[in-house]
Design a protein around this ligand. Structure first.
Ligand code: NOJ
Length: 553
């Protein structure tokens, strides 16, 4: 039985992100699908997670890999049918895994019927008011309403043509031009999304991960804004972006909370809110709003002892102050996989990616060691944790993807200046000897898989002592039996200011991570988990090597 059961299960749950296109393909078209996921659920049960978050599988032209939804209550044929979805939920529940689906309310696809209706209706009509249409500046309206830059590159505005074929109003899109932003000041939009939430709750989902939960409301008057660094970002910079983190979003989340609360079973709401500092993120998880928010400060804390201690302390304080659990996350479908990112010399903001021409390639050996150590530290922390598919295999970012294979709109909208996110989205390996390493029976794969992934396939790691998969399994098992997710952090005084070591105790388990250059002598205690083998020093003391974590009990 997963540890995170019963009331407020999400407080300590480990939630595994499935990116449907890249998890398991049952029909051989080279794109993963719902039936593929259902078939592989037992592997997640064995891994020891509590819930699965599915990235979007709704009807979509797939311009942003499904984060451009054209029908929120239909399954895209690429991923299967509604019956496939119902089977997936039923099977997951049989296996005591909860299912969370991704809700994308900031924008629809430009193929959505609402947007088409808006285009077919005149300026000022109720249909237009569902989106962010504005007249252009200048006598002929040919200048953009403001200077905002899209997160994916280029302008946030595109101009439409009127029924007479002449250039007419502009519409706002924080992301791709095929992702028009909805107008959340419009009560009609708010009501439609409540219907959509109920549709999925009625089908038995256990909660929602909410996309861009910091973006729905824009500052009144849409004032010009120039980001300090080149190009806009997903947020988290606290520079007063007029499209991120506006106070008006919170009313929406209180309404959503009320809808979810109509249902039994403690369904969860998790916010993707890229704001900082953490005290601001905590506003999203006040009572009556979200249950959880992703902790992106932890994700980007980097590999220093001081940085990690600071972010852990701040997270526990900020979330604790509003009675919410902290969450922890190291990888997802938008960032460089942590087995590569933690060995990068420079910062790599969300979405930038890394590719063949990037300077300073990460050392894969160092990256994997650090990733294993970071995960072992993360899974010992109290609160909820998120895993991204394939990290349990130690998969690195795929850097050498050919240009022709790339599909992320960021790559196109920045004319190749930013590689974007394809490198973390490559279909994952299951069996080393099977076509597409078990991802697809036909051997097809929508992004090419590197040949080195044969050695990382799940079947090559299962049962192998010291493999990354076995490290994850052991950590999740211990986390469950020791109930670490419900514990508390007590820093070890000896290392509380160390530049090399992060060390704390949680429910009788001592956790030590060595980020320094030299091995560190371990305190008392039986080794429960080690991300690298512990060696004996000359004086017989047990030594924790560089870039490693140990749990002692
Ligand atoms: C955040 C999602 O995680 C990302 O993949 C997507 O491109 C944007 N939101 C837009 O929906």
């Amino acid at each position: 039985m997963p540890s995170a059961s019963g009331r407020e299960w999400w407080r300590s749950a480990v939630i595994y992100q499935v990116y449907p296109r890249s998890f398991a393909d049952s029909d051989g078209d080279g794109v993963g699908d719902l039936a593929g996921i259902t078939g592989r659920l037992p592997a997640l049960r064995e891994l020891g997670v509590d819930a699965v978050w599915l990235s979007p599988f709704f009807r979509s032209p797939q311009r942003d890999a499904g984060y451009d939804v054209s029908d929120y209550t239909a399954v895209d044929p690429l991923f299967g049918t509604m019956a496939d979805f119902d089977r997936l939920v039923a099977r997951a529940h049989e296996l005591e895994l909860r299912i969370i689906v991704d809700m994308v309310p900031n924008h629809t696809s430009s193929d959505h019927a609402w947007f088409r209706e808006a285009l077919d209706s005149p300026p000022g009509s109720p249909e237009r008011d569902r989106y962010m249409f504005r007249d252009g500046k200048g006598r002929d309206g040919s200048r953009r309403p403001n200077n905002w830059q899209s997160v994916f590159g280029g302008s946030m505005w595109d101009r439409v043509k009127g029924v007479d074929g002449r250039p007419e109003q502009w519409y706002l899109h924080i992301f791709d031009a095929t992702q028009p932003d909805l107008n959340w000041e419009n009560p009609w939009v708010r009501e439609r999304f409540k219907d959509i939430l109920r549709f999925w709750l009625d089908r038995g989902v256990d909660g929602f991960r909410v996309d861009v939960a910091h973006g729905l409301v824009k500052q009144a008057g849409l004032p010009d804004y120039t980001p300090p660094a080149a190009g806009a970002s997903m947020g988290g910079n606290e520079t007063g972006e007029p499209y991120w983190g506006q106070p008006g979003v919170h009313g929406i989340w209180r309404e959503w909370h009320a809808v979810v609360a109509e249902y039994d079973g403690d369904r969860a709401l998790c916010a993707e809110a890229w704001v900082n500092p953490l005290a601001k993120v905590a506003l999203w998880v006040r009572p009556g709003e979200f249950d959880q928010a992703f902790n992106f400060d932890f994700m980007f804390a980097g590999w220093t002892a001081g940085g990690l201690r600071r972010v852990i302390r701040e997270s526990l304080e900020a979330f604790g102050a509003v009675g919410a659990p902290s969450t922890w996350v190291l990888s997802n479908h938008d960032v460089i996989r942590h087995a590569s990112r933690l060995a990068l010399g420079a910062d790599s903001p969300q979405g930038d990616g890394i590719g063949p021409k990037s300077p300073g390639k990460p050392d894969p050996v160092v990256g994997l060691r650090r990733a294993r150590a970071a995960t072992a530290l993360m899974l010992a922390l109290p609160g909820g944790a998120y895993l991204y598919q394939g990290e349990e295999l130690g998969l690195p970012e795929v850097i050498e993807l050919p240009d022709e294979a790339r599909q992320d709109p960021t790559w196109f909208r920045t004319h190749g200046k930013k590689y974007g996110r394809d490198g973390c989205r490559v279909p994952i390996p299951w069996e080393s000897g099977a076509p597409a390493y078990g991802f697809s029976p036909s051997g097809r794969s929508w992004l090419p898989q590197p040949s080195e992934w044969a050695a990382l396939a799940r079947d090559r790691q299962a049962g192998v002592t010291g493999s990354t998969l076995e490290l994850y399994r052991a950590a999740l098992r211990l986390r469950r039996t020791k109930r670490l997710g419900l514990g508390a952090v007590e820093w070890l005084a000896e290392w509380s200011r160390s530049r090399a070591v992060v060390a704390f105790r949680n429910r009788g388990v001592t956790v030590v991570t060595n980020l320094g250059r030299r091995p560190v002598a371990l305190p008392e205690g039986r080794v429960l988990l080690e991300s690298e083998p512990i060696r004996l020093g000359r004086d017989g003391r047990r030594m924790l090597p560089t870039d490693a974590t140990v749990w002692l009990g």
